[in-house]
Design a protein around this ligand. Structure first.
Ligand SMILES: [Zn+2]
Length: 260
């Protein structure tokens, strides 16, 4: 039995009082050690030049029961001991924080008090937080699966944002999942391979690299236990930046002589 208590575990002393049947979120203070890491990943990962810059409103830690985390630990240990990775010393399972955007039909995480998961079957966000990811469900929403039947994540937050959908029109914010992903030894590809159901032998994930068929990176795992949701980022358009952009546009317009 593992003696290390996972910091995302409902059993961890820091998480006492935050976990319940429908409660899985603990809001991070801006001084939390993870806050700046996740913030940096989000802002640095916002790569699409034409997409409006966003501002983080809050970050929540996602808590899971040990019954869900243990299979993840076992999978991670298995990858760590695989012959191709055995000699690596630090983070040998190549565990990474990667984004995943999905739909939300409730107003979970819109403020500190909205921490209860809804029971709507169409609310994929609550389902993922409650039961983690399911390879079989992941491809259903989007028919085109570039690297086959797997769970799709990316280090590019602006790309994951393309898949965020607010089903509740009164939502003021968008939310994005940050996940722990055991990438292990990735198989890197530039071309599509839509028939894949597992990574090529000796590999643990497929990483799509920009260049031929892709504009932005994506990482696909094919095993439910290779991933667990870890954080939820709540954000919205950076209105200061929108205003600044408008102002500079107006100034440019006034400086441009009118065509006669
Ligand atoms: Zn929900």
């Amino acid at each position: 039995m593992s003696t290390i208590i996972d910091e995302f575990s409902s059993e961890h002393p820091d998480n006492k009082g935050y976990y319940g049947k429908t409660r899985r979120l603990r809001m991070l203070s801006s001084g939390d050690e993870h806050f700046s890491t996740i913030e940096e990943l989000f802002y640095n990962g916002w790569k699409h030049p034409k997409k409006q810059k966003q501002k983080i409103h809050a970050i929540f830690k996602i808590l899971s029961p040990d019954s869900s985390l243990k299979p993840y630990h076992r999978y991670r240990a298995m990858v760590t001991s695989s012959p191709t990775l055995r000699n690596r010393t630090k983070n040998s399972a190549n565990e990474q924080f990667l984004f995943h955007g999905t739909n939300r039909f409730c107003r979970l995480a819109e403020d500190a008090s909205r921490v209860r998961l809804c029971s709507l079957s169409k609310c994929h966000l609550c389902s993922i937080i409650r039961n983690s990811f399911d390879v079989q469900r992941c491809g259903k929403k989007h028919k085109f699966r570039r690297f086959g039947t797997g769970i799709y994540t990316t280090a590019c937050s602006s790309k994951a944002d393309d898949y965020v959908l607010n089903g509740d029109e009164s939502s003021k914010f968008r939310v994005l999942l940050v996940n722990r992903v055991v990438v292990g030894k990735p198989h890197k590809r530039r071309q599509n391979a839509t028939g894949l159901t597992e990574p090529p032998c000796g590999h643990h994930a497929v990483v799509g690299e920009p260049g031929v068929d892709l504009n932005y990176e994506e990482t696909v795992v094919y095993h439910n236990n290779a991933i667990r949701p870890a954080f939820l980022i709540v954000y919205k358009e950076d209105t200061q930046k929108v205003k600044a952009k408008l102002k500079s546009l107006i100034i440019t317009l006034f400086k441009t002589p009118l065509a006669s």
